[in-house]
Design a protein around this ligand. Structure first.
Ligand code: ATP
Ligand code: MG
Length: 558
């Protein structure tokens, strides 16, 4: 399946990043080599926004016969949690089928980063500062006012080397000293006002353990990680645009990297309507029990959409539809759902499923007879073949497909009316039975043997075709229907928990499905006629199926 991802699209419009790459290849920059990466912090599950970045980086590498790396950005020892590493690796495997499976860690380059810091000190481009964090803030200035130089800015190279060495040798407390780049305290870009590059942190690191008590700052570490790995195009989101001058500055001043520094290219983040995205908000939904875990099918996590039944091909189709740009905007979630429908249309066999069953007895059908009717598995894709569906005297139809007293324009089953059963016969409603509460329990019909599906019967027309399941040859299943977690757009980061849709998950326990579902396994997808697309969930057991709704048939269908 995943081999078929269309990363080699022949679309005429090439995104702006590919244009930059085309020029670089033409000019033989980086020896015409392309290498990209995705650098997550292992502090949560990935969401569909991350997927945009991953698929973009991966596709750019694949389209240009290049290389794509997953590199964990684990430079901050207090923020990481190893349990997230596994989920991220699983997600990347799913999204990037040709990825080499080898995860890299920024912390493996700590020695290199230390050397780079020493090189900058030796060049007079970095100094150890004794200002407190608060003093540093005061000295930094504001957007409208320049900063001022620290009194420690003019320490000699020797003194700085010694102090930095002492930082590493655990001679100071947290915050007592910090290593800063020496650039320009009056730069209009605050990121260039002598940014911190190494800080003292007495923290255990999951990878390097107790080896370090100083850790590099993200903005200093990142360009070194990229360049050291051989990344050519470091693609990231727009909030890093103001950090690019420092990214470039770091590489421009390191001998090993200055000749062909990695270039940073920014694009706009993906935002989806009706979707709360940031990791920390998703974490609250999980930890406070609003959803059934990170891979709850309602979650916009990669694990969630995978369990929901979205295909990776559909995701690439969606990303292709929305493109890559420099301007921030929100994408309507219906575009994603449409891509899923388009993808599943030809891939998923049709089947009949009655989600809210009511029994129909066909009074003129022989009692012990079962006949098998032929049905096409997918009218959009003949290669999916045909199946035989059992039919007998008792069947189930949807409760909503029968009415005792129909309103105008109701063409389904009601006393005296005739309808077509898909793949079977015409049936006419003769009578029905109710229980003591007034609920209809059984509907009695007669069938017309002349009207068998495929027989070419042209005698009369009916206005409705209904799905059904043979009551004597079917299976019971649980079906979960899903709606958006955020129904409207009237929420923000502070109140989203109060605005969650209370009906985002509806569990139907008594659904009736065609018996041949028995031949299928977890992960198989179907179109339930008239209901939408569904996937067999991993909660299924040997004798009971659980299905998740992937997407309805039409955007308006509820
Ligand atoms: P969040 O804001 O959801 O917590 P993050 O940006 O903190 O996400 P990281 O692990 O730091 O998550 O980011 C990894 C990469 O994913 C970064 O390069 C970031 O630019 C990218 N990314 C994060 N959110 C989106 C998004 N909505 N669309 C595209 N790329 C994104
Ligand atoms: Mg973050």
């Amino acid at each position: 399946m995943s081999e078929n991802i269309n990363t080699n699209d022949n679309k005429e419009s090439v995104n702006f990043i590919q244009k930059i790459i085309n020029d670089d290849i033409k000019n033989r920059k980086y020896d015409a080599r392309v290498q990209t990466r995705f650098p997550p912090e292992p502090n949560g599950y990935l969401h569909i926004g991350h997927a945009k970045s991953i698929c973009l980086n991966y596709s750019l590498a694949m389209k240009n016969n290049g290389k794509f790396n997953l590199r964990f950005d684990d430079t901050n020892p207090v923020k990481e949690d190893e349990s997230y590493v596994k989920s991220i690796v699983d997600d990347i495997k799913w999204l990037c089928p040709k990825w080499d499976g080898h995860a890299l860690y920024a912390s493996d380059y700590f020695d290199k980063m230390y050397e780079c810091a020493v090189e900058l000190i030796k060049k007079g481009l970095a100094y150890v500062d004794d200002l407190t964090a608060e003093e540093m803030r005061e000295y930094r200035g504001t957007l409208t006012e320049p900063g001022k130089n620290s009194p420690y800015r003019n320490r000699s190279i020797e003194e700085n080397l010694e102090l930095f060495e002492n930082m590493r040798l655990d001679k100071y407390k947290n915050g007592e000293k910090i290593l800063r780049a020496k650039i320009d305290m009056s730069s209009p870009n605050i990121n260039m006002r002598d940014p911190a590059i190494y800080r003292i942190m007495h923290e255990y690191h999951h990878n390097t353990k107790d080896k370090w008590c100083i850790y590099p700052m993200y903005d200093f570490a990142h360009p070194i990680e990229d360049a050291y790995e051989g990344v050519t195009h470091s693609v990231c989101t727009l909030e890093f645009e103001d950090h690019r001058p420092f990214y470039d500055w770091v590489l421009a001043h390191l001998d090993e990297f200055k000749d062909e520094p990695t270039q940073q290219i920014e694009f706009a983040k993906l935002y989806l309507s009706k979707t709360m995205m940031g990791k920390r908000y998703l974490k609250r939904m999980v930890e406070e029990g609003y959803v059934d875990g990170w891979d709850d099918p309602r979650m916009p996590t990669v694990a969630g959409i995978r369990r929901r039944g979205y295909t990776v091909e559909a995701l690439y189709r969606f990303l292709d539809d929305i493109g890559v740009s420099k301007s921030q905007s929100q994408v309507d979630i219906s575009m994603l759902e449409n891509a899923v429908r388009e993808d599943l249309k030809e891939k998923s066999p049709r089947t009949m499923a009655v989600l809210d069953p009511i029994k129909v007895i066909i009074t003129n059908y022989p009692e012990d007879q079962v006949e098998y009717l032929e049905a096409q598995n997918n009218p959009e894709n003949e290669t999916m073949g045909k199946r035989q569906i059992p039919f007998s005297r008792e069947i189930y139809i949807e409760r909503g497909d029968f009415m005792e007293e129909p309103p105008k324009k109701y063409f389904r089953l009601y006393p005296g009316n005739e309808v077509r059963l898909r793949h079977a016969y015409f049936i006419k409603c003769e009578d029905f039975k109710k229980d003591e509460n007034g609920n209809v329990t059984e509907v009695y019909c007669t069938y017309d043997p002349e009207t068998k599906s495929g027989s070419g019967f042209k005698g009369r027309k009916v206005k409705s075709t209904m799905h059904w399941v043979d009551a004597n040859n079917c299976i019971d299943a649980t079906v979960r229907l899903y709606d958006y977690m955020m129904e409207n757009e009237d929420y923000d980061k502070t109140n989203f928990l109060e605005k969650l849709n209370p009906n985002s998950k509806v569990v139907l326990e008594n659904c009736k499905l065609e018996k041949n579902i028995n031949e299928h396994k977890v992960g198989d997808r179907f179109q339930f006629l008239r209901h939408g697309y569904f996937i067999i969930d991993r909660d299924s057991t040997d004798n009971h199926f659980v299905f998740n709704q992937i997407v309805s048939l039409k955007s308006s269908y509820k």
